[in-house]
Design a protein around this ligand. Structure first.
Ligand code: MN
Length: 291
């Protein structure tokens, strides 16, 4: 097990805690990106305010603890998401989307934005969008509730699409918990609220705990009522390359994705959004904040 600190970045108008990727830990299963957004205050007209931008080779997972966000994409989807609901967008060879104020909601906004790298088998495929208005839950005896976003946990299975063998769970915990893990998975915990202790180490928001394959159980002691994301999967055996909002395999593929977005050649489609399009950043050798 190893604890990594999240680093702060700016996405839209929000400061985020980025738990993945880490310099020495790029993926956990196929999970390749984790941004904890907020909490921050939004208004009817001013929210995340991330204008249309492109993705390829990944799925975006949007999960809120508080607030509302309006998702629009180049497939024509227009979907408000609320806490307990899942937005899952599959980019495949290319999609664009925006994340906007709803025109109605005013108050706190907090959530996590995750990316899942698509395997070779599906990453060149068609884009898709799923909204799940409710997800299955499992009781963790004496400890709280697990909501299964993707994959299976405690004999409960999410209906969400997944292209590799993985799991994503939101744990709402108030007691001592013993989590059953699949030993062929590697796992990570990302604490969103409160605090938990694992093997004597206290984890708070801004920490990622990575657990190697081989463990079939993880014991947590809740020191403050907590919301914790459990992410896991079979180690992703394809060497990915991430740049801006793209996941690919080669520099040439990344170059082509930047060029297509800049040229607006139709690969990523268009989003019917009142927000300004996010231009591709200048290509420099430092990592860029994705949207
Ligand atoms: Mn995005």
């Amino acid at each position: 097990m190893q604890v990594y600190p999240a680093h702060e970045a700016v996405v839209g108008r929000f400061t985020v805690r980025r738990a993945l990727p880490q310099r020495t830990r790029r993926t956990v299963g196929a999970w390749c990106f984790a941004d904890h957004l907020g909490p921050a205050d939004v208004t009817e007209e001013s929210g995340l305010d991330i204008g249309p931008h492109p993705h390829c080779g990944l799925q975006t997972v949007t999960w809120l603890l508080d607030g509302r966000v309006l998702h629009r994409d180049s497939l024509g989807s227009e979907q408000v998401i609320a806490p307990g609901q899942l937005n899952l967008m599959t980019a495949g060879h290319g999609v664009a989307h925006s994340e906007e104020a709803t025109g109605r909601y005013r108050g706190r906004l907090e959530g996590i934005q995750l990316w899942i790298a698509q395997p070779e088998r599906t990453r060149h495929g068609q884009p898709a969008f799923e909204h799940h208005a409710a997800l299955p839950q499992a009781e963790i005896t004496g400890a709280g509730t697990a909501t299964v976003l993707v994959g299976s946990f405690a004999d409960v299975r999410s209906p969400a699409r997944h292209d590799t063998d993985l799991v994503g769970v939101d744990l709402d915990l108030h007691g001592r918990a013993s989590l059953a893990l699949r030993p062929d998975f590697e796992h990570a915990l990302v604490v969103l609220r409160g605090a938990v202790a694992v093997a004597g180490q206290v984890l708070r928001p801004g920490h990622l705990l990575q657990v190697d394959p081989g463990a079939d159980e993880l014991d947590l002691r809740v020191t403050e009522p907590a919301r914790v994301m459990l992410l896991g999967g079979v180690p992703f055996d394809e060497q990915i390359r991430m740049s801006w909002n793209f996941v690919a395999r080669t520099p040439a593929e990344i170059d082509a994705a930047y060029a297509s977005w800049t040229a607006a050649d139709g690969r990523f489609g268009t989003v019917d959004s009142p927000l300004a399009i996010v231009p591709a950043p200048a290509r420099v050798r430092t990592a860029r904040a994705p949207n």
